[in-house]
Design a protein. Structure first.
Length: 319
């Protein structure tokens, strides 16, 4: 069993301990990201969605970059390596003739420019839905662990599976990490995080806004069901999207709700079971307020850059 480091989003406080600085020759783009969305698909995401970014000097007050990282991008996650390069994982609409696949955009200049790479997961066989909803973690020995959602091995419902690799782009399939398909609840789209001495996982619930909570006692290789819960802000349930480990070991989760007037907010947990609403609205979506954003902003993920500032990537639907 390999030991995982604290935090799915790797902070500067962890970087000295994390041997993830192995040289990676990115070379040229594996593919050119689309410059337009694709309307009319039965499944709108990721084809009608795009990846945008924002920046903050203090993690509280944010300014939109108003720059599209990629069209046809959805369900993003992100980490930062020791060398300062950003690895942004997402579901891409079209990559080298394949639809709805996991891709990575890598930046070596704090998100000013990107190299686009296809992510490969070797060892997955048979007919199965696309591998989606990337959830990235870093192991102590520098191994990247990629959780993803699919339905493999004739499983009865969607599951959270995982693969491991050494360069952040090429992974070997390891197995099933977690699945829950009971009492009208179905787990999908995971966020793994380390808190209070153990690894935990939140997943979305396919039939509503509740969050499914799971816990691991083997370093994040497998998880068992804990509970289904609503996490609320002003009486409304929010989707907890991506974690950010704080210096005291507690974990901040960036969260969102769909619709106009809804904001990216945050909750903090010290044990992975109870949540404190921080009461801060970071970015707010308003219909027609920004020409690049439509319908909602969602899936926020944040890393801290080497200069101490913060970089966020989020998903919106093209207006």
């Amino acid at each position: 069993m390999k030991k995982l480091l604290t935090g799915l989003t790797v902070l500067t406080l962890l970087s000295a301990a994390c041997g993830n600085n192995a040289s990676v020759d990115l070379g040229e783009n594996d593919f050119t990201p689309p410059t337009e969305v694709e309307r009319g698909k039965a499944n709108a995401g990721p084809f009608e969605q795009r990846l945008l970014s924002a920046r903050s000097s203090d993690g509280i007050h944010w300014t939109r970059d108003n720059t599209i990282i990629s069209e046809q991008g959805n369900a993003c996650d992100m980490l930062i390596r020791d060398d300062g390069s950003i690895y942004l994982y997402y579901v891409a609409g079209n990559v080298l003739g394949e639809s709805e696949v996991i891709a990575a955009a890598v930046s070596e200049d704090d998100g000013a420019s990107w190299t686009f790479k296809k992510v490969t997961v070797s060892g997955v066989t048979g007919n199965h839905p696309p591998l989606g909803d990337p959830d990235i973690a870093m192991l102590e020995d520098g191994t990247y662990r990629l959780y993803f959602t699919s339905q493999l091995n004739d499983d009865k419902g969607p599951g959270i599976y995982y693969a491991e690799g050494t360069d952040g782009l090429n992974f070997d399939y390891q197995g099933l990490a977690f699945t829950y398909n009971e009492d009208d609840h179905v787990s999908w789209d995971s966020s793994a995080f380390y808190v209070d001495g153990h690894w935990a996982m939140l997943t979305f619930d396919n039939f509503g806004s509740k969050m499914i909570h799971a816990s691991s006692d083997d370093g994040g290789e497998s998880y068992t069901f804990v509970k289904v819960e609503d996490v609320t802000h002003n009486g409304e349930p929010y989707f907890l999207s991506n974690p950010f480990t704080l210096p005291d070991g507690s974990v901040r989760f960036w969260a969102f709700q769909l619709g106009s007037g809804k904001s990216v907010i945050s909750f903090v947990t010290e044990d992975g079971l109870t949540w404190e609403d921080e009461g801060i609205e970071y970015l707010t979506y308003e219909d027609g307020a920004n020409e690049l954003e439509g319908y909602y902003i969602k899936d926020p993920v944040v890393v801290q850059l080497e200069d101490g500032s913060y970089f966020m990537v989020y998903v919106t639907r093209a207006p």
